[in-house]
Each structure stands twice: as structure tokens, then as C-alpha cells.
Design a protein around this ligand. Structure first.
Ligand SMILES: [Fe+2]
Length: 409
């Protein structure tokens, strides 16, 4: 990327940083730990809502784990409509189908019980019902939602996406193979409920990928240039929790204390990046998700070490700070040693979680240029990354991240 483009990006990010001071990022309400399902009906009544549209992950619905929540809503006199036709990467079509049902049943509020896809679908449904005559793609980008949205209560059943606290929803336009983000503080759910029982049956692979999504949120927001004191602290606290509990939770998903620790980590990392943004790991993962429908956390996990290494010296101090907070090596080590050690720690963490260290044939060489352009358009000028890169540099990262594309040395 040339010097003029870099300068333009930094000016844009500076303006966004100042504009963000006028926006309401304040954390909404959290209900954690001793949650009584009856509380939900009372919350909705406070907002004069009585006809909840409950979007529920199909696996959670089948397992019956959310039954106490649904039946308590009904017994408190709520007219509940459930919807479980959730797709892993929400599409424009799937959102429209859900919003048609919301309208047909005269619903007046939303409850999302599921992972990032379910909560993101609920956010997109909220936009669609507030703007029935507009296309979702009209809201692509930042600060395009001006109308009041229905109340949304988010009950995450995975620990990682942070969608229960973020201002973003990510939707795929399958026809255009475009995965786009809509970002607006109006999308932050009004209440996030942490109910660890719902996480007890999570498969280890999903715990790994969603946990690494949270780690990526924390790292990308921490190394970015739009941090404030609060986002730095949130990101570091999230990283400490992930460092201590992700592997433990993966081997013992029924342990409610570990589930709550990881829910808190996900929440803190989500709160950090919703104010301080993500970076090129997410931009590239979104491009891969749109093209190949690869899981978001999985793509982030694999891309993370490659993107961090490509930032080089520009993140050395920040990685050394993270290393100190995680107490990976003695504080007397040099910055360079701490940074290198953190990257080695990350490689090792992926290995222990059972995640691969590269893609293997997922990315096709002929797709690389357009994937890199997609990522560059998403990341530039919006993301306040530590080192600006254009499509050419991002293409090189993709080639390194898929071993089938590596050139012989
Ligand atoms: Fe993410």
C-alpha cells in the first residue's frame, strides 16, 4: 500500500475514533450465573413486549436444554413464536424468511438462544422488520440504522463470537458470494444472559474455534490503534481468561464455572472490539467465509498467526505486553523475545486445541486476488490495524496460510 493510501486510512480512522466518542457503547444489561428463566418475561414486560419471536439454534432446540426458558415465557402469559431454521452463516434469504414469520405472527420483540449465527440472524431480523421495504445490503457498513429496533435479548450457547455485546451482524449474500457486516450501536442486544447449562454439550471442535474467535477479537482490538483504556483492559482480561480456561473448558464442557469464565471472556473481547474494531484476520476470514462457507472461528484461528507475523515489528511492544499479562516468560526478557514467545505460544495453543496450522487446499489460487481485494475493501480504511496492508500483501498472507499454495523455496 502506498504512502498516500496509508495516510488516507489513518485520517479516516482518526475521524471514526473521534466520532465514536459521541456514540453509546455502554454495556447493556448482563444476567449471569444465578439466572431464573422467569426473569425474562419480567424484562420483556418492562419494555411493553408480550409476543417474543424466539430464534433458537436447532441443536439446542432438539436437546430440550432451552425448554425451561421457553416454558417460563409461556407460563408468564407471553405469546411465544419459536424459529429454529438457522443457517451457520446467516444469509439474506434466511433472514428474510425469519422476518416474514416475525411479521406474520405479530411479534414485538426478539430472543436469540444460540451461537453467533443465531444472534446475528436476530439482529438482522430486527433491522428487516424495522425497515420492511429496504434490502439488508443497504445497511452494509457503519451507522446506517436510524430507526428504533425491537428489543433483543441474547442468550449465547457458545463462548466466543461476542455477538451478545457487539454492534455488528454479519450476513452473506449467497447470490453475490458476498459476506458483509452491518455495524451500528443500535444492534447491541439490550440484555445478555449467561446460562452455562446451554453450553454443556458443545463439541470440543466448536469450543476450540469459538474460543479462538474470542482470542482473535481480544488480540486484534488490543493491537489496533483505536484503543481506549477500557478496551485495552477488557481485551487483556479476556486473554487471561482464555489462557487459563479455554483448554480446561474444552476437556470439561459440563463444568459450569469454566463455561461462565469463557462466556465472560467472550463478552469482554466482544466489548473491546465493538469499540476498538478488529483487523485483517477478520477481513480475510470474512472473505473466506463468503467464498467457501468456512466456519468463522476456524478461519480466524488459522489466519491469526500468519497475520500477526506479517505485522512484524509494528506489534512487538503490544505482544510483549500481552506476554507479561499472561506471564508466559519472565518480565526480564527483551521485547523481541517476549513477542516471539507469544507467537510460539499461539502455535502451540492451536495444536493443543486440535486445530490445524494451515488450510490445506481450501483456497484456490485463482480466487486469491478477489479474496484479497474483498478483505482489503473491508479492512481499509475502516480497521485501525497496526500496519496498513493492501490487496497485494493480503494475497501473500492467504498464499502462506494454505499449504497447497506455498511456492517451493
Ligand atoms: Fe469474530
Amino acid at each position: 500500500m502506498n504512502i498516500f493510501s496509508r495516510f488516507g486510512c489513518r485520517v479516516y480512522q482518526g475521524i471514526m475514533f473521534l466520532a465514536a466518542k459521541a456514540l453509546d457503547f455502554s454495556p447493556r444489561e448482563i444476567i449471569s450465573g444465578n439466572f431464573a428463566p422467569e426473569e425474562l418475561a419480567k424484562k420483556l414486560s418492562l419494555h411493553h413486549a408480550s409476543r417474543p419471536f424466539v430464534l433458537i439454534d436447532p441443536f439446542i432446540e432438539k436437546s430440550g436444554m432451552a425448554e425451561p426458558i421457553i416454558s417460563s415465557l409461556s407460563s408468564e402469559g407471553m405469546k411465544v413464536v419459536t424459529y429454529s431454521d438457522i443457517v451457520p452463516n446467516p444469509t439474506v434469504d434466511s433472514v428474510e424468511k425469519a422476518s416474514d414469520k416475525y411479521v406474520a405472527f405479530l411479534c414485538d420483540c426478539l430472543i436469540a438462544i444460540g451461537g453467533g449465527s443465531t444472534i446475528d440472524t436476530a439482529k438482522a431480523v430486527a433491522i428487516k422488520v424495522a425497515y420492511p421495504n429496504k434490502k439488508l445490503s443497504d445497511f452494509k457498513g457503519v451507522l446506517k440504522v436510524h430507526r428504533k429496533l425491537p428489543i433483543l435479548i441474547a442468550i449465547p450457547t457458545t463462548a466466543g463470537t461476542g455477538s451478545e455485546v457487539t454492534l455488528a451482524t454479519v450476513v452473506v449474500d449467497s447470490k453475490k458470494k458476498d459476506k458483509f457486516a452491518i455495524e451500528d450501536p443500535k444492534l447491541i442486544p439490550s440484555t445478555a444472559v449467561f446460562y452455562p447449562k446451554l453450553l454443556s454439550e458443545l463439541p470440543p471442535s466448536l469450543i476450540a474455534s469459538t474460543g479462538m474467535d474470542a482470542f482473535t477479537h481480544a488480540i486484534e482490538s488490543y493491537i489496533g490503534k483505536s484503543n481506549v483504556k477500557q478496551t485495552k483492559e477488557d481485551a487483556l482480561k479476556a486473554m487471561v481468561l482464555i489462557h487459563r480456561y479455554l483448554l480446561k473448558f474444552q476437556s470439561e464442557s459440563k463444568n459450569e464455572a469454566y463455561a461462565l469464565d469463557m462466556l465472560e471472556a467472550s463478552y469482554l473481547a466482544g466489548r473491546a472490539f465493538t469499540r476498538a474494531y478488529v483487523g485483517y484476520v477478520h477481513a480475510l476470514a470474512h472473505a473466506l467465509g463468503g467464498e467457501y462457507n468456512v466456519g468463522h472461528g476456524y478461519a480466524n484461528a488459522i489466519l491469526l498467526p500468519y497475520v500477526l507475523r506479517s505485522y512484524g515489528k509494528s506489534i512487538e511492544t503490544k505482544l510483549a505486553e500481552i506476554s507479561d499479562r499472561l506471564e508466559l516468560v519472565p518480565k526480564s526478557y527483551s521485547k523481541d523475545e517476549k513477542a516471539r514467545n507469544f507467537l510460539a505460544y499461539l502455535d502451540n495453543l492451536l495444536l493443543k486445541l486440535g486445530l490445524p496450522d494451515s488450510f490445506d487446499g481450501l483456497i484456490k489460487e485463482e480466487d486469491v486476488p478477489k479474496l484479497a481485494i474483498h478483505a482489503s475493501k473491508e479492512g481499509n480504511p475502516l480497521y485501525p490495524v497496526p500496519k496498513e496492508m493492501g490487496a497485494r500483501e493480503l494475497a501473500e498472507i492467504l498464499r502462506k496460510a494454505d499449504k497447497s499454495l506455498r511456492r517451493p523455496k
